[in-house]
Design a protein around this ligand. Sequence first.
Ligand code: ZN
Length: 464
Amino acid sequence: MIGLPQEQRRMMEMSLEKVYAYIDSHTDVFVESLVKLVKQPSVSAKGEGIQECAELVEKMMRDTGLSTKTLHEEKGNPVVYGEIKSQKSDRTLLFYDHYDVQPPEPLEKWMCKPFSGKIANGKVYGRGASDNKGNFVSRLKAVQALLEVAGDVPVNLKFFVEGEEEIGSPHLEPIIKRYKDLFSADAAIWESGGTDRRGRPNLYLGLKGVLSVEVRARGASRDVHSANAPIIPNAAWRLLWALNLLKDKEENILIEGFYEDVLPPSSEEIECLKNIPFEEEETKKELGLREFLQNRSGLEALRTLLYQPTCTINGYVSGYTGKGSKTVLPHEASAKLDFRLVPNQNPTEIFQKLVRHLKRHGFGDLEIIKHGSTEPTRTPVNDPFVKLVARTAEKVYCKKAVIYPTSAGSGPMHLFRNFLSYPVVSAGCSHPKSNTHAPNENLKIKSFIKGSKLIATLISDFAS
Ligand SMILES: [Zn+2]
């Protein structure tokens, strides 16, 4: 609230105290809303409960006082959009969330039914409790508290809640392009985020891009007896030789021009990395590893994790892999790969480079299929919005924020950052033992409530 007249600042602080009191006194009803949403299955991978969940999300937004719209494309799950205008400000803050969840399997590993919303040990349990229903509800409840206490919101607010995040948002781009004006904003808060083991708020400013491909080799028209190996081509070997051309043992990706557009981290980003608590020993222990790849450690390991583009074989299928032996010569082989990309690599160009590379080295006969992609993106560390979110989070949590200039993961953030061109930061209410995507997913009620206060404060700070 730098630059505000003292009286105005005092008024804002006073009304925030009232907002916090409202949130505290409504903890039970807020938790009830979260439980209700968790109880509604919405597994995008199986198409389970999607329409019902979209309707429930829309109803929750309408009940809070937002005007809503459901956006459909020919294909894909509905996007639920909600907005509320401020009487005092022209500025707009957008929240990106998703109502779909990961499949709950393996069911036998859950201590309760995955869609029960069971409350135990001060936590709400259930698939989606944290990712992303908890974050969404904590944000919506912050809006409710502001409206109830002040009768208005200090800035215009928009909610964009999609239903395909957990399957890679395959139909989001046409929606964003078609409704570009609807999604205009000055800044956005991303779906995920939370605090770390020491209770410090973690903020993420970017995501890697991803390019998923499948490479297939074919030999004869059917599998043959392996006695024919001197004269019949073996698809398993052919694919192996081709994959060998993509990466060497020192982890260098060999595709011509692969690193051409890679943007190295800025000096501000390197400074941020130094403040990130990288739990190296815990990670190695948990995964049963004595060392990381190429014995990387400390800042170097963290830098490569966040800034190095990758080429990963996700799976390889060919021939006979059953019990005992089978002297067979496979006629086909296929491998799935993903490339994690960093700014300013472009997935379409990387795909073309891959095809050219294999062709140039005598593997023009392979079939190369592109399965999907997202672009890499980052909001600069020194963007004023990043500074604002960090200041607000530090104020609410009374701990220094940990700023990740990017995450090693991927998602559709580029559509907001690269296409709609506003800063995007992820800040939320998950905690390190939230078990997102795993059995016994949960959200601590305390974290959920604190998350609402964070968002209410952020909205209020954003107004100034
Ligand atoms: Zn997720």
